[in-house]
Design a protein around this ligand. Structure first.
Ligand code: SAM
Length: 346
């Protein structure tokens, strides 16, 4: 059975996305260099930015504020227009609340924010429209799930033909993403991507957490809370690419004709929840936060897809995952791997 690949976030994502935020700190330098390199639009025209895969916008406020400040340092008073994009199922109400809230980059004159609901694997803007495309912790979500993962819910645990099908889907999606951004960026326009990544062994750093989640789902199956069909239909539609899978298309594949790869960096993030637990020793708070973050990022794709389950079951899963993290705190810590890259539209 194939799936839609919906990577929509849960309603708690805005307040449970500290791990994703840690990835962005690493990208600040790349964003700053992009903002120095990018050609400014003609006098009187707005600087156009896309924030691709925005979720609730929580983690976009800082980089967008940085963007406004940097381009205005180069040309005081220049208008800036940011378009936040995500798939139609995203909670755009939460995005607009963030845009109207105290952390927003909006507020001063000449800075505009708007939204578009469409996959970034499709065209999003007219040709040559953008100066900057920014995408953080989103391109590892696939456009579709070619096959469910046998015996697990996480793609990095896939083997054999299923693993190959996921890898092929990921390669096709990444090429589509780059092709559309190439069409939308002006010559010299900058693409900055922070993507969920894997080491060459295919591991993303969150396998321990997903194994705990699977054990809890299997327990719910044993208790008759889930059916075997529901569990079999559950797969998170992501593929964390290796460095080669991210960079080879930009080094020698078709995308090398569209973009010049300027810099790339592979990083392993500390888990901020684990670090906090190391300081305060509050196991209840740690386990509760790990389970809430897991549900915020992956709950909708596990529980609202083809396997649609009762809210009561989702709550039981949350309690069970919390208990498992309390039993094995280190297994619940995710050291996410990320690939950061900056490329210039030729
Ligand atoms: C982990 S969140 C990251 C959100 C935010 N950029 C951040 O840094 O915190 C991933 C986001 O990517 C979005 N996403 C997944 N697949 C997408 C697609 N094909 N097109 C656009 N957005 C997508 C999800 O809906 C979700 O909002």
């Amino acid at each position: 059975m194939t799936g839609s690949g919906s990577g929509v976030m849960g309603s708690g994502y805005g307040s449970h996305s500290a791990a994703q935020h840690a990835g962005l700190a690493a990208a600040q330098g790349m964003l700053d260099r992009a903002l120095r390199a990018v050609p400014l639009p003609a006098e009187g025209r707005a600087f156009r930015v896309a924030d691709l895969g925005c979720a609730a916008g929580t983690n976009a406020m800082e980089p967008m504020a940085r963007t406004v400040a940097a381009v205005r340092a180069r040309r005081p008073g220049m208008s800036v227009q940011v378009t936040h994009t995500d798939i139609p199922g995203n909670d755009f109400g939460a995005l607009f609340a963030t845009l109207c809230g105290p952390t927003s980059y909006l507020g001063g004159p000449g800075v505009f924010g708007c939204a578009q609901a469409r996959s970034f694997y499709e065209p999003l803007f007219p040709p040559g429209e953008l100066q900057l495309a920014w995408c953080s912790i989103a391109v590892h979500w696939l456009s579709r799930l070619p096959l469910p993962v046998d015996g697990h819910v996480y793609s990095s645990r896939a083997a054999g033909p299923v693993r190959e099908a996921l890898r092929r889907q990921s390669a096709a999606d990444w090429t589509d993403f780059l092709r559309h951004r190439a069409a939308e960026l002006v010559p010299g326009g900058q693409l900055v991507v922070v993507g969920g990544a894997a080491t060459d062994d295919g591991l993303s750093g969150a396998e321990g957490l997903f194994d705990l989640a699977l054990a809890e789902l299997q327990e719910l199956l044993r208790q008759g809370e889930l059916t075997a069909d529901q569990l079999a239909a559950m797969t998170v539609p992501t593929w964390n690419r290796t460095t080669a899978e991210y960079l080879d298309p930009l080094r020698g594949g078709p995308a090398a004709q569209w973009f010049r790869l300027e810099e790339a960096e592979f990083a392993v993030l500390e888990d901020p929840m684990w670090s906090r637990y190391g300081v305060d020793g509050d196991l209840d708070a740690y386990a509760g936060e790990v389970a809430a973050s897991f549900l915020a990022a992956f709950g909708p794709s596990l529980f609202a897809g083809p396997a649609a389950v009762e809210p009561r079951t989702v709550r039981r899963f949350g309690r069970g995952l919390t208990a498992r993290v309390k039993e094995r705190p280190e297994a619940g810590a995710a050291r996410w791997r990320i690939e950061l890259l900056r490329a210039t539209r030729r």
